[in-house]
Design a protein around this ligand. Structure first.
Ligand code: AMP
Ligand code: GLY
Length: 420
C-alpha cells in the first residue's frame, strides 16, 4: 500500500513509525513532516490544503491519514473522499465534535452523554448577567478551535469576566462573531480515552494520562502536553466499563442517529470524579499528542491493517491487540521558555547517539537539519518514549536519556509518571 500521512508533529512521527513497520506498507509519504520523520518516510514541504489535494491526485495513495484537527475542520477528509480516496479522519461534520464546543454540548444533551452543565452565549452582556448569578469556580470556553488556548478555568466571577472580555472585546481569537460556553467546573482526575470507528463498529484504542501544565506538580500555564503515561493508571475495569457504556457507546449510537458518517478516531477527554463517575470534557476527532506517542509503543497488532479497514468501513474484520503487561511513558523535551517565548534554531548536539528500538523511541516534533546539525525550531521538540514492564523502569530510561541529550536549551518536567 502507498500511504500519505498529513502533519508535522511527534504525533505524525508516531503514526509514521507504526505504518512503516507494517508488512502492508510499500511507500510512505508525510506532508510536510519534519527531519525525524524524513528518516522513515518521504517528506514534502507541502501544507496548503489545495496543494495537498493535487499531490494526492497524482500519487493516488491507498490511504490518507490526517493528523491535525485544523485540516479535519477544513474538510480535507471530505474533499479527498470525493476523489474516491480512502481516508482515516472524519469529514467536516464529524470534526465539528471537536471544532465547536457548542455543537459538542448539544450532541451530549441530545444523546444523554454525561458532561458538565453549560449555557452558551453570543454576547458579553448576557454572559455577564449569567455570571452575576454564578460567583463560583466556573469554566469559560471559546466555541471554536484555539490550539488548546480557548479554555479558561476560572476560580471566581471576576476571572470569568476577564475571560469573556478576552474573547468578546479583545477578540483574541480574531473572530467577529464569537460564541462561548460557560460551564460548571468539574473536579477529579483526567484521562484520555481513544476509540476507533468506521461508522458502524468500534474498537477501543487504549488510554493515557496527559500532563498538561508546564511546571512540576501541575503548576503554571497549560501546554500542548508535557508527557503521557499509558495506560492511564486510574483506569480499572469498572471505570472502563462505565466509560464504554455511558460515553463511547452513546457517542457511536448518536453519530449513527444523526447520520454523521465517521471513519477515524474519537479521543474522549474525560474527568473522573471522586465517586469514580466519568464526565466528558471534550471530544477530539484525531489522535492525541503526546498520547499517541506512548500508546503506539504498546500496540502489538498491525496498525496499517486497522486504519485501512476503518477507512473502508471494514473494521469488524480488523485485529487490534496491545501488549497487556507493558507500560509506556512519553517525556516531552521542550525549548526553554515554552509555552511563552523561546529561542529558535538551537543546536541539539548528540541526538543520533540514541538508537531507536521496539522498546525505545525518540519522536521529533520540531527539528530540522542544516549543515549536518540538528536544530530545534519549535516549542515542544522531542518525545522520548520507553516501553517496559513497569512505569518505574520507563522513568529510569527516559530521564537517563533526557539528561544525556546535549542541548543547552532543553526543558522537561521531572515528575512525569512519578508516584505510579
Ligand atoms: P478542553 O479543551 O475542553 O478539554 O479543556 C482543556 C482543559 O481544561 C481540560 O483538559 C481540563 O483540564 C480543563 N477543563 C475543561 N472543561 C472543564 C470543566 N468543566 N471543569 C474543569 N476543568 C475543565
Ligand atoms: N494532548 C491533548 C491533545 O492532543 O489535545
Amino acid at each position: 500500500m502507498n500511504v500519505i500521512v498529513i502533519g508535522s508533529g511527534a504525533r505524525e512521527h508516531a503514526l509514521c513509525r507504526l505504518i512503516s513497520k507494517s508488512y502492508l506498507c510499500d511507500q510512505l509519504y508525510c506532508f510536510p513532516g519534519n527531519y525525524g520523520i524524513s528518516r522513515i518516510a518521504t517528506c514534502r514541504n507541502i501544507s496548503d490544503i489545495e496543494v495537498i489535494i493535487e499531490e494526492c491526485k497524482s500519487i493516488k495513495p491507498d490511504l490518507v491519514v490526517i493528523g491535525p484537527e485544523n485540516y479535519l475542520s477544513e474538510n480535507l477528509a471530505g474533499k479527498l473522499r470525493e476523489l474516491g480516496l480512502n481516508v482515516f479522519g472524519p469529514n467536516e461534520l464529524g470534526a465539528r465534535l471537536e471544532s465547536s464546543k457548542e455543537f459538542m454540548k448539544k450532541f451530549c444533551k441530545n444523546h444523554d452523554i454525561p458532561t458538565a452543565k453549560s449555557e452558551s452565549f453570543n454576547n458579553i452582556e448576557d454572559a455577564k448577567n449569567y455570571l452575576d448569578l454564578n460567583d463560583r469556580p466556573i469554566v469559560v470556553k471559546y466555541d471554536g478551535l484555539a490550539a488548546g488556548k480557548g479554555v479558561f478555568v476560572c476560580n471566581n466571577k471576576q476571572e470569568a469576566i476577564n475571560a469573556c472580555e478576552k474573547i468578546f472585546i479583545q477578540k483574541v481569537f480574531n473572530q467577529n462573531e464569537n460564541t462561548i460556553i460557560i460551564e460548571e467546573c468539574l473536579e477529579g482526575k483526567e484521562i484520555s480515552y481513544f476509540t476507533i470507528t468506521d461508522g458502524k463498529d468500534f474498537m477501543n484504542f487504549g488510554s493515557a494520562q496527559d500532563y498538561k501544565r508546564i511546571g512540576e506538580g501541575d503548576t503554571g500555564p497549560n501546554t500542548g502536553g508535557m508527557g503521557t503515561v499509558s495506560p492511564a493508571p486510574i483506569l480499572d475495569k469498572n471505570l472502563e466499563d462505565k466509560i464504554i457504556d455511558e460515553i463511547v457507546q452513546k457517542t457511536i449510537n448518536g453519530l449513527q442517529k444523526d447520520m454523521i458518517d465517521f471513519q477515524g478516531v474519537i479521543f474522549f477527554g474525560i474527568m473522573v470524579d471522586k465517586f469514580n463517575q466519568p464526565y466528558l470534557l471534550e471530544y477530539n476527532t484525531r489522535f492525541g499528542d503526546p498520547e499517541i506517542q506512548s500508546i503506539s509503543m504498546r500496540l502489538k497488532s498491525d496498525f496499517l491493517q486497522l486504519i485501512h479497514a476503518t477507512s473502508t468501513k471494514n473494521l469488524s474484520f480488523a485485529n487490534l491487540e496491545f501488549y497487556q503487561n507493558k507500560k509506556a511513558i512519553c517525556l516531552i523535551l521542550a525549548s526553554k521558555g515554552y509555552p511563552e517565548n523561546y529561542p529558535k534554531d538551537t543546536h541539539i548536539k548528540n541526538l543520533n547517539e540514541f538508537e531507536n528500538s521496539e522498546n525505545f523511541y525518540i519522536f521529533h516534533a520540531a527539528t530540522r537539519i542544516q549543515n549536518n546539525q540538528i536544530l530545534a525550531n519549535g516549542g515542544r521538540v522531542l518525545s522520548i518514549v520507553s516501553l517496559k514492564e513497569t512505569y518505574a523502569e520507563c522513568r529510569d530510561e527516559i530521564f537517563e536519556v533526557a539528561e544525556k541529550i546535549d542541548w543547552e536549551f532543553k526543558y522537561y518536567r521531572k515528575d512525569i509518571g512519578a508516584n505510579y
